[in-house]
Design a protein around this ligand. Structure first.
Ligand SMILES: Cc1cc2nc3c(=O)[nH]c(=O)nc-3n(C[C@H](O)[C@H](O)[C@H](O)COP(=O)(O)O)c2cc1C
Length: 190
């Protein structure tokens, strides 16, 4: 495969992962820096991918620490590994935050299944929870969840593609311009 084909296949895998829960890139690591410049990382579900815009979408609770971190510093790394294709994808770029009340968050919310909406109905992520409430279904109001729901739109500026092989690992770097067009590509030593 030549470099443009490798880039296209990496994005095709991401598009597949957004609709296939079994895909290796369904759960990605979203890495940010906090307000004290310390690295932070967490797994996140890939909700949508668009190869032409080099865009990924994620959902989160706007009460979570990451929302504040990303508001202050939108530069992130998105890291994934698929055991099936033995590929590591390391993307760098920026996130746009679409909070409750925004059209984009409203549209994403409307598409969510009821059980997923309920994940936004509990207390603030990271706050202490009384042991007695664990496993007990609390009465939940969907509208409350909507008021906490946030959409993160990530736009990649670079992709570091790494294929783990028995011998001769391969690695290539790609850059994208603001429109998402491939602006540079090269093989590098793994
Ligand atoms: C497999 C997996 C998928 C997850 N998906 C999401 C997700 O889509 N959105 C989200 O906000 N948190 C998700 N989480 C929880 C986060 O990893 C994290 O624990 C939580 O969001 C709090 O992160 P923060 O304290 O950095 O804000 C997921 C966790 C796991 C294990």
């Amino acid at each position: 495969m030549d470099l443009p084909d490798i880039d296209a296949s990496a994005w095709a895998e991401l598009e597949t992962a957004a609709v296939d829960p079994q895909s290796g890139f369904r759960y990605l690591n979203l890495c940010s820096v906090d307000t004290e410049k310390r690295p932070q990382a967490r797994m996140i579900v890939l909700r949508a991918a668009d190869r032409s815009a080099r865009r990924l979408e994620f959902h989160t609770d706007t009460r979570s620490p990451k929302w504040l971190e990303l508001s202050a510093t939108p530069h992130v790394t998105v890291l994934g590994f698929s055991a099936e294709s033995r590929l590591q994808l390391r993307l760098q770029g920026k996130v746009e935050l679409h909070g409750p009340g925004s059209g984009a968050a409203g549209t994403a919310w409307d598409r969510l299944p009821a059980r997923t909406r309920m994940t936004y109905a509990g207390g603030p992520p990271g706050d202490e929870r009384a042991f007695e409430t664990i496993g007990v279904a609390a009465p939940a109001d969907e509208a409350e969840g909507k008021a906490r729901f946030g959409l993160l739109i990530f736009r990649a500026s670079t992709l570091d593609w790494f294929q783990l092989r028995q011998q001769d690992n391969r690695r290539a770097l790609f850059s994208y311009d603001e429109t998402g067009a491939l602006s540079s590509r090269r093989w590098v030593n793994p």
